[in-house]
Design a protein around this ligand. Sequence first.
Ligand code: IMP
Ligand code: MG
Length: 186
Amino acid sequence: MIRLRPPAEDIARILIDEATIAAKVAELGARIAADYENKDLILVSVLKGSLPFMADLMRRIPLPLAVDFLEVSSYGRATESSGVVRILKDLAHPIEGRDVLVIEDVLDTGFTLNYVLEHLRGQHPASVQLCALLDKPARRIVPISIQYRGFEIPDEFVVGYGLDHAERYRNLPYIGVLRPEIYRST
Ligand code: IMP
Ligand code: MG
């Protein structure tokens, strides 16, 4: 039988715990609900990292809304975005004339989001805004404005609550700093 190592062993420290995430998600949901009343809101989740955030946030927005999903990949080293972005899964529904709110896990260099926002703007929505759970401003190369930002975090590689390293750790309920020896060895 294969015994999987508990993921928590690979975490150097917890950066944002479950209760802190939940409180922030509630706060963001309330702000979004106030801003999008009487609008044609569609939440566009950027897979896969934003999955838990999307699932929690949408239940904190008491408005009629639609959801859709976009999956992108950025090539490059395991912990670094390269700027070359590819769409793996596109939206299922037209967004023309609608109010799009993009839901993302983390804004790092900005390459991925810049590409996603351009892709969406090309489809003539009424508006496009961004909600990112995490922001690493120290790493930004492409300037991007974030209307709804969860937490500003230092330049460290984090996992959990949707964020992965080599597709692992997405199921951790908190956001933790990955031990550097883990990503140096893969
Ligand atoms: P950007 O294109 O450099 O802004 O990178 C954005 C993408 O890189 C995110 O959607 C994540 O998939 C990934 N990423 C950036 N920083 C981290 C991190 O600390 N942990 C896990 N994934 C990250
Ligand atoms: Mg990702």
